[in-house]
Design a protein around this ligand. Structure first.
Ligand code: K1U
Ligand code: ZN
Length: 174
C-alpha cells in the first residue's frame, strides 16, 4: 500500500467530474487500499479519488474514533437512492482545504447504493456524521468542494488564503 499526495485547493483537478468505474478489479482495489492508507495517515475520515489526482468514482470512509475498531468503507460508483426531508448542519473540514472549517447543511439521512471492493452491489442507510461524510465525498466526484455550499464571500476568502499559502510555499525562481 502507498500514501498518495493529496491535492490542495485551488486546483483545477478538484473541479472535474469523475468517471464511473466499469468493474472493481485488482487495480481499483489497490486504489481503494492506497486511498485508505492516505486517509488514515492524514488523518481524515474520508477521501475521494479526485483528491489524489485519479478521476474515478471511488471514495473511502472510516468514521471510527481512534479508540474504536477501524470500519473502512470502500465505495465505487456511489449513488444516492434516498434522502431525508430533514436537514442537518455539520462543521465540515476537507483534506484539500487544510485548516478551514465551515457549517454545511445537507440531508440528515441518506440511502446509498455502490459497488464494494468485491464488485458486489450494496446499499447502506446512514445518518449523522456518516451521512455527512458520504455526501461530502460524493460531492468531490462532481468537482464540488464544501466551500461551494457557502456564500461567494466566505468561499473566496478561504480560497484566497489557500492560494496565498501555496504561493508562499513555492520556491522563488532564479
Ligand atoms: O477531504 C476529505 O474529503 C476528508 C474530510 C471528510 C469530512 C470531514 C468532516 C465532514 C465531512 C467530511 C476529512 O476527513 S477532514 C479531517 C477530519 O474531519 C478529521 C480528522 C481527524 C479526526 C477526525 C476528523
Ligand atoms: Zn473533502
Amino acid at each position: 500500500m502507498a500514501v498518495l499526495p493529496i491535492i490542495v485547493a485551488p486546483d483545477p483537478r478538484l473541479k472535474q467530474v469523475a468517471k464511473p468505474v466499469d468493474k472493481v478489479d485488482a487495480e481499483i482495489r489497490r486504489l481503494m487500499d492506497d486511498m485508505l492508507e492516505t486517509m488514515y495517515k492524514a488523518p481524515g475520515i474520508g477521501l475521494a479519488a479526485p483528491q489524489v489526482g485519479v478521476l474515478k468514482r471511488v471514495i473511502v470512509i472510516d468514521i471510527a474514533r481512534e479508540d474504536e475498531k477501524p470500519e473502512p468503507l470502500r465505495m465505487a460508483n456511489p449513488e444516492l437512492i434516498a434522502v431525508s426531508d430533514e436537514d442537518a448542519v455539520y462543521n465540515e473540514g476537507c483534506l484539500s482545504l487544510p485548516e478551514h472549517y465551515a457549517d454545511v447543511t445537507r440531508p440528515a439521512a441518506i440511502k446509498v447504493r455502490y459497488l464494494d471492493h468485491e464488485n458486489e452491489i450494496r446499499e447502506l442507510e446512514a445518518d449523522g456524521l456518516l451521512a455527512t461524510c458520504i455526501q461530502h465525498e460524493m460531492d468531490h466526484l462532481e468537482g464540488i468542494l464544501f466551500v461551494d455550499h457557502l456564500t461567494a464571500l466566505k468561499r473566496n476568502m478561504i480560497l484566497r488564503k489557500l492560494l496565498k499559502a501555496k504561493k508562499s510555499q513555492q520556491p522563488v525562481s532564479a
